[in-house]
Design a binder for this molecule. Structure first.
Ligand code: FAD
Length: 444
């Protein structure tokens, strides 16, 4: 697919979330690649629905490769986090965990609302005039010799198109994953509920007197660890007028409807767990409980792990949560989704216009790009999922003795923890990530 044989590559992306929008921006930077996004939602979100996410420096470096890191950092709901402060439920200091720095990785970790991240990605999608079809849900696929036929409904009307590549970036409940496994005649992987419920919300700083002595630019995130769970607290955004709070605790599985837990029941459980904790936990929860405060968001945490196939040995591939939905305890789900998008972009770039660098992989066609993606990514992702599960287990209820051991082990570990501890996660650079900006400038 080089020189005079170079042809157009028609790409359909299922899902305009973090993975799908990132993929669209990378691929549309390549000459000859046409991208269309099919997104089942009817429009962009209009508020901070979706809670707050931590992007690691590795995720921020992908944002830079997408030319949108500066836009993200200019948004109002951003908090840069060089350290997490860990305390116990009585308020005693346990330790500090490094979250990266400009000097070491180009960025520290960045706390942003999911909405802010999506807004900057979708602004760039629009700026690049990448078609995004809203209310479009992928419902079928057929791998043929000359391409993959994608079927979708758009506002209730059915359409189909033959593409050179279908990217399933449609999240944890991925239809593309189900359809691909169905076509391969393999058992269909299903997300597994982890037994943990995520919950989070916002309250105004004016409602919690003294909060600026507790949280500050030097202490932007405090994680409070107790026997019966943890609570994270942060000052949100540059105007620091809101406190973001979140927690994860054990909860029995329920049906989809039953997860609409009434507010009184939610706060009964939160108060049972946390009302005796030190300032400011009970104060924050008391404000959150008021009917005038926006109701907290609840996320039953499910995962998709160890997927044997991320691709169909043809022209269909899964990325992001569709391929490896991980529990949020690593704070890496979105960063890994973006790394997938950047890696896939790099491999397709090698396929469309091979680099002269002798170390660059030989990617003769789309099929080879997709199997190379899984080979390159699955060990790194698997390692992060294993660590996320280990951290998730640490959020389950434990005995007083268990907490004593946990606290002193943490104290010991944090006392000797240097910044280099996170190099494996935060210092990782997707191959070719630094070349995208140059490539876009020369194409413009
Ligand atoms: C409680 C919680 C906290 C988290 N905290 C963090 C954190 O701190 N840091 C972090 O990095 N990650 C975090 N994560 C994980 C992170 O949110 C995900 O890993 C990330 O959003 C994955 O992006 P994605 O694009 O793969 O999927 P999604 O963001 O789910 O996007 C999928 C998109 O596909 C669309 N779609 C679905 N089906 C179809 C279809 N059939 N056709 C077309 N479109 C479709 C959806 O509408 C959606 O827009 C957290 C997750 C949870 C639940």
């Amino acid at each position: 697919m080089s020189g005079s044989n170079r042809r157009k590559l028609d790409v359909v992306i299922a899902g305009g979330g973090i993975a799908g929008a990132s993929s669209a921006i990378f691929l549309s930077s390549l000459e000859g690649v046409n991208v269309t996004i099919l997104e089942s939602r009817s429009r962009r979100s209009t508020s901070v629905e979706g809670g707050i996410l931590m992007l690691g420096p590795n995720g921020m470096n992908v944002m830079k490769g997408l030319s949108v890191s500066a836009h993200l950092l200019a948004r109002p709901n951003i908090t840069q986090v060089a350290w997490l402060t860990i305390v116990d439920s009585a308020g005693a200091f346990i330790g500090k965990v490094p979250q990266g720095s400009v000097a070491r990785y180009g960025f520290p970790s960045t706390l942003a609302s999911r909405w802010d991240i999506l807004e900057v990605l979708l602004d760039e999608v629009e700026r690049r005039r990448i078609p995004i079809k809203w209310s479009s849900k992928v419902i079928g696929l057929k791998q043929k010799d000359d391409g993959v036929v994608v079927q979708w409904t758009e506002n209730g009307i059915q359409y189909e198109k033959c593409a050179d590549l279908l990217i399933g970036a449609d999240g944890i409940w991925s239809s593309v994953r189900t359809l691909m496994y169905q076509e391969l005649n393999l058992p269909i992987p299903k997300p597994r509920y982890s037994g943990l419920l995520g919950i989070g919300g916002f309250v105004d700083t004016t409602e919690v007197p003294g909060i600026y002595d507790y949280l500050s630019a030097e202490r932007p995130v405090v994680m409070i660890q107790g026997r019966n769970g943890f609570i994270g607290l942060t000052l949100v955004g540059t105007d620091v007028k809101r406190i973001g709070w979140w927690s994860t605790y054990e909860a029995a599985d329920r049906s989809r409807e039953e997860w609409n837990i009434p507010r009184e029941e939610t706060f009964k459980e939160l108060n049972r767990r946390f009302s005796t904790w030190a300032y400011p936990v009970p104060q924050v929860l008391a404000v959150a409980e008021r009917p005038s405060t926006e109701a907290p968001l609840l996320w039953p945490i499910s995962e998709v792990e160890g997927l044997p196939r991320w691709h169909n040995h043809g022209q269909v591939v899964l990325i992001g949560d569709a391929a490896h939905a991980m529990p949020p305890h690593s704070g890496q789900g979105a960063s890994q989704a973006m790394e997938d998008a950047a890696y896939l972009g790099y491999l397709i770039r090698q396929c469309m216009s091979p680099s002269k660098d002798p170390g660059a992989p030989n990617i003769p066609d789309v099929k080879s790009a997709l199997s190379a993606l899984q080979k390159a990514r699955e060990d790194r992702v698997g390692h992060i999922v294993a660590e996320a599960n280990r951290r998730g287990d640490g959020k389950r209820d434990i005995s007083a003795f268990g907490m004593f051991i946990k606290k002193w082990s943490m104290k010991l570990i944090f006392a000797f923890m240097s910044e280099s501890w996170m190099d494996g996660w935060f210092g990782y650079q997707v191959p070719g990530i630094g070349e995208w900006e140059k490539l876009r400038k020369s194409a413009a």
